[in-house]
Design a protein around this ligand. Structure first.
Ligand code: NDP
Length: 446
């Protein structure tokens, strides 16, 4: 690490003490961007990097609600409005007990580069609450969402800040949030994305992150004249991203061996097929049960309290949460012959794991590029809402494919190394940064 990088990171550390995930995300970006900035005086002198690590605005608020026993519960709500250089703030809401300011700042920071890479006019934000929807009744989830939106509504708007889903926030939660926004604001507009199709949502939005991830993997494979047919794939998670990544893998002829939740993973050597995946969708989206049930139903192995990275595979897709793939996992994957790791989740690989992949010349696709399909189709949902129109499934899917292909091209622009290896991490960071930096420079000291 050179002296300017060390100095920059130290300054950020002092101002953001204790926000470990945010510091991790900033360190990762700064390490690849600072050498580039040093060669471009207009970015260095205008302190763009110093500015973008500081959120434009952060709102923190109380979320009181009544549970089914009539008891008052209190949670903490957040919205981080990170950067509006290229459009209104845009990024998901996460409901999970681990949510705190540092986690949301890391996610909002990643969102700056991700949204920039899509080529669509979207700034960056992220929000959520330390509320755990697991084990809550529909009525309790609704009460919580209504209370959350009762404060959030004054900070968001179709041209200001447009939240979407993330961990713990799916179609049900977006519905309750939208209903409450409409009642308070007295307006039916595109303030949220991920809406139901009947009331302003876009086709393919639920599928977009998972499908987009696989379209990105296909672009990687094309660089070595290869395809997904017959490839062994391990997936972590069994939520929105994991389900649709698995669906697209199956459609493309790959063999999906694993899926997981926060309690363990299942290993199905014969492959999770379409019918088995439907069982997982029903289990996770409706009965809201544990992945262990899959192993009982289909007589395969279940590993309690473990992650799937010890299973031999060609392609690994961490699709659950941050820092779920560590150095020891990376070493095992490399030893077992993995050649591509693409992040459906945000920052699932630790910095040490990423370094090991890059050193072993494994194709490593960071989340800010590989999982950008979700926010891209959210951007398309915003366009359809503005037009008061909806596009067909094929139209949206084709646009998603084009966007993922363009993101791949943008990564190549700055990511190609002299030996031909592609450093997607550096490519994504620099490409994402240039558009933001040029826009900020054009807008003065903002
Ligand atoms: P979901 O809530 O639908 O699913 C999350 C999955 O990850 C569940 O299987 C969950 O298990 C598991 N999980 C959550 N926390 C942990 C943990 N601490 N340890 C182990 N497993 C965990 O979320 P999404 O699928 O929407 O999001 C997954 C990842 O993808 C996140 O990193 C998110 O930021 C990222 N992402 C999501 C996008 C989207 O459009 N939804 C867009 C871009 C990125 P359990 O059910 O037991 O909690």
């Amino acid at each position: 690490m050179n002296e300017s990088i060390r100095h920059f990171i130290n300054q950020v550390k002092i101002r953001n003490a204790g926000e470990s995930e945010f510091l991790q995300a900033v360190t990762e970006v700064a390490t690849s961007i600072i050498p580039f900035i040093e060669s471009e005086p207009r970015y260095r002198n205008s302190k763009v990097l110093e500015r973008i690590v500081e959120p434009e605005r952060v709102v923190i608020f109380r979320v009181p609600w009544l549970d089914d026993q009539g008891e008052i519960q209190v949670n903490r709500g957040f919205r981080v409005q990170m950067n509006s250089a290229i459009g209104p703030y845009k990024g998901g809401l996460r409901f999970h007990p681990s949510v705190n300011l540092g986690v949301l700042k890391f996610l909002a920071f990643e969102q700056i580069f991700k949204n920039s890479l899509t080529g669509l006019p979207m700034g960056a934000g992220k929000g959520g609450a330390d509320f755990d929807p697991k084990g809550k009744s529909d009525n309790e989830v609704m009460k919580f969402c209504q209370s959350f939106m009762t404060e959030l509504y004054r900070h968001v708007g179709a041209d200001i800040d447009i939240p979407a889903g993330d961990i713990g926030v799916g179609g049900r939660e977006i519905g309750y949030l939208f209903g409450q926004y409409k009642r308070i604001a007295g307006a039916f507009n595109g303030v949220l994305t991920g809406k139901g199709y009947e009331w302003g949502g876009s086709l393919i939005r639920p599928e977009a992150t998972g499908y987009g991830l696989i379209y990105f993997v296909e672009e990687i494979l094309k660089t070595r004249e290869d395809s997904l047919v017959g490839k062994k794939v391990t997936i972590s998670g069994s939520g929105n991203v994991a389900q649709f990544a698995a669906e697209k893998c199956i459609e493309k002829g790959a063999r999906v061996l694993t899926m997981s939740d926060s309690e363990g993973f299942i290993y199905d050597p014969s492959g999770i097929d379409k019918e088995k995946l439907e069982f997982i969708k029903e289990l996770k989206n409706h009965t809201r049960g544990r992945i262990k049930k899959y192993a009982t139903k289909y007589h395969c192995e279940y590993f309690a309290g473990e992650r799937p990275w010890k299973i031999k595979c060609d392609i690994a897709l961490p699709n659950a949460t941050q820092n779920e793939l560590e150095l020891s996992d990376a070493r095992t994957l490399i030893k077992n012959g993995v050649f591509c790791v693409a992040e459906g989740a945000n920052m699932p690989c630790t910095p040490e794991a990423v370094a090991a992949f890059n050193k072993a010349k494994v194709y490593y696709a960071p989340g800010k590029a590989a999982n950008a399909g979700g926010v891209a189709v959210s951007g398309l949902e915003m366009s359809q809402n503005s037009q008061r129109y909806s596009w067909t499934r094929t139209e949206v899917d084709n646009k998603l494919k084009d966007i993922m292909c363009e993101i791949h091209q943008r990564c190549l622009k700055y990511g190609k190394e002299t030996d031909g290896h592609i450093n997607y991490e550096r490519g994504a960071n620099i490409s994402g940064f240039v558009k933001i930096a040029d826009s900020m420079l054009a807008q003065g000291v903002v």
